[in-house]
Design a protein. Structure first.
Lengths: 209, 209
């Protein structure tokens, strides 16, 4: 994938920790550097409902530093097993971030992932509010119908998200970083030749976003 | 179903228009009245993206009056075919409601359907704001994992919605009407004996809501 990005003129990458581990951290750093890619982010820390969340986030921060990642993307975790208490669940996320923040030696910011926020009537206003704290912009599309709640994200242009509009808001808020394509697609894109996927990503990025 | 509700001591019903049409409006009115059921609502008007929305909503309002329904539940429709413009889509819903309202000879109100709102960080505040305008309270549960985005609603108690908490908010806002069980469940409850479904609904309503 690293080599593929470089070959297609994609100048950044946001690796997942399991894939970095599989490759070996040192080897990943070496390969990414030698291909001249920017590490836009490391996916994913957070998961504050897991038992070992402190140690795991500590390791994630170290890996992010080793990779020279511009940020560590947090997925904070949802309801604890057996719980229905959303309020304390949100509180746990806040506390978790506060706990690991000193070790990160970075500020907390916002990743705008269109898949999660495209429908929000207050999206424009919230993007403006986030302003300079926007650290990442993740794009894909929302398919109609969506066949799987987690892994049926669409390629830009294949769904109903008004990507140019949201891009305008994000850039208007002062964000000038990379646009990261993130398409969980068990039923389609993950089954295709990675080289074709990268080619379509580039083409759609230019035409549909 | 009318007879089943009466037999299980369920004192209200919110019929769907297609089922009323199948039975015949007069016959439905007669049967519901003879079993002493309150018509808590008629499902569903709205769909302002459809070509014939004016006439269809006019008919829905007439049917609701004929049934003595306490309200007509509107599903306002989403994006128009081929459109990605959420803002004008919301505007269309507002205009559609404003257009049909004079014919309804009723006020606009809010149906609190837990399936749509359970996750909202501002739910308590918004329920308080809706106050006396709450006309219906729809309950079911959110299953984890959800296998279908539309028709995999859960029976109360089988998912992660904190139903007693939301009920407290709704009652605290002054709502004292019926609690309507609405479970779209292609994969489970629609396959079971309707008599069993009604029995479980009652039991779960008393134990889990």
């Amino acid at each position: 994938m690293i080599e593929g990005c470089a070959r297609h003129g994609i100048r950044g990458i946001s690796p997942w920790r399991d894939q970095v581990a599989q490759m070996g951290l040192k080897e990943a750093v070496k390969s990414i550097n030698s291909h001249g890619l920017t590490v836009t982010g490391l996916c994913r820390g957070g998961f504050f409902t897991a038992k070992n969340w402190r140690d795991d986030n500590r390791r994630a921060i170290e890996e992010a530093h080793a990779l020279g990642a511009q940020c560590l993307v947090l997925v904070v975790g949802g309801l604890a097993e057996g719980s229905k208490d959303l309020i304390s669940s949100r509180e746990r996320a806040r506390e978790g971030i506060a706990t690991i923040l000193p070790e990160a030696r970075k500020a907390v910011g916002v990743a705008v992932d269109v898949y999660h926020v495209w429908w929000d009537p207050k999206l424009e206003q919230q993007i403006r509010r986030a302003g300079k704290r926007i650290l990442a912009y993740h794009i894909c599309d929302w398919l109609v119908p969506t066949r799987d709640l987690l892994n049926d994200r669409g390629m830009m242009g294949d769904g109903v998200i008004d990507l140019p509009r949201i891009r305008g808001w994000v850039e208007g808020a002062g964000y000038s970083g990379f646009h990261e394509v993130e398409i969980f697609s068990e039923l389609d894109w993950w089954q295709r030749d990675p080289d074709e996927v990268l080619r379509v990503c580039k083409e759609r990025y230019e035409r549909c976003t």
